[in-house]
Design a protein around this ligand. Structure first.
Ligand SMILES: CC(C)(COP(=O)(O)OP(=O)(O)OC[C@H]1O[C@@H](n2cnc3c(N)ncnc32)[C@H](O)[C@@H]1OP(=O)(O)O)[C@@H](O)C(=O)NCCC(=O)NCCS
Length: 176
C-alpha cells in the first residue's frame, strides 16, 4: 500500500528531543552500506517477499546503486544504535528527480525506504523515533510531502504519524 504524509504535522510529544534513553540515532556513512543492505534484505525477508535467491540477487544489484546514492546524497540513511554500538534498526530517504506538482513546486520527490528494526529490538519505539528524525530532516530541507510503501507490520506506525493512502496504481509485466 502506498502512503503519503503532507505537512509533517507531528505533535510536540513526537519531537526528536523525545529520544529513547539507550538508543542513539545518527546518519549512516557511505562505509556502512553493508548494514543498510542487510536491513533491506531482512526487511523483505520478514515481509515474506522473495526467495533466498531473489533476496541475494537484490542485494547484489543494489550494492553498486547504494554506493553511488550514498556518495551523491540522493539516498540518506539513519541508523539506530544501542548503548554498546549494536545496530538496532534504521530507515532512509530517496530523493528522486521530479517535474513538480501544482501544489508542490519542488523538483524532487522523496520516498522513505528500508525501515527496519532487528527483531529483538522491536516494540520499543525505535522505528517511530527513526521516522520522526527522518520527517524532521525532510521538514528542515523544505519538503512538503513524503511517500512510502507500507508493509502490514509498518502500516499502523505510519498511520499514527499521519500518513494516508494515495491513488497510486501498479501494472505488473510478466508472471504474477
Ligand atoms: C515495522 C517495524 C519497522 C516496526 O519497528 P519497531 O521498532 O518495532 O516499531 P515501534 O516500536 O516504533 O512501533 C511498533 C509497535 O510497538 C509499539 N510500542 C512502541 N513502544 C512500545 C513499548 N515500550 N512497549 C510495547 N509496545 C511498544 C508501538 O505502539 C507500535 O504498535 P502498533 O504496531 O500497534 O502501532 C518492524 O516490525 C520491522 O522491521 N518489521 C519487518 C520489516 C518491515 O515491515 N518494515 C517496514 C517496511 S514499510
Amino acid at each position: 500500500m502506498s502512503l503519503v504524509v503532507y505537512g509533517f504535522s507531528v505533535g510536540k510529544e513526537q519531537s526528536t528531543t523525545n529520544m529513547l534513553a539507550d538508543i542513539t540515532i545518527r546518519e549512516a556513512a557511505p562505509s556502512e552500506a553493508a548494514i543498510i543492505l542487510h536491513h533491506r534484505r531482512s526487511m523483505f525477508r520478514d515481509m515474506g517477499e522473495g526467495t533466498v535467491e531473489e533476496l541475494d540477487r537484490m542485494v547484489e544489484v543494489a550494492r553498486p546503486w547504494l554506493a553511488r546514492a550514498l556518495a551523491d546524497d540522493s539516498y540518506r540513511h539513519w541508523l539506530a544504535l544501542d548503548a554498546s554500538g549494536r545496530v538496532a534498526g534504521g530507515g532512509g530517504v530517496l530523493l528522486c528527480s521530479w517535474p513538480a506538482n501544482p501544489k508542490d513546486p519542488c523538483t524532487q520527490r522523496t520516498v522513505i525506504l528500508n525501515v527496519y528494526t532487528e527483531p529483538k529490538f522491536r516494540k520499543r519505539g525505535i522505528a517511530r523515533q527513526v521516522m520522526l528524525i527522518i520527517l524532521e530532516w525532510l521538514k528542515r530541507q523544505g519538503f512538503r510531502a513524503v511517500n512510502l510503501h507500507a508493509s502490514k507490520e509498518g502500516r499502523p506506525l505510519y498511520e499514527k504519524l499521519g500518513f494516508q493512502a494515495t491513488n497510486e496504481m501498479r501494472l505488473k509485466f510478466g508472471p504474477p
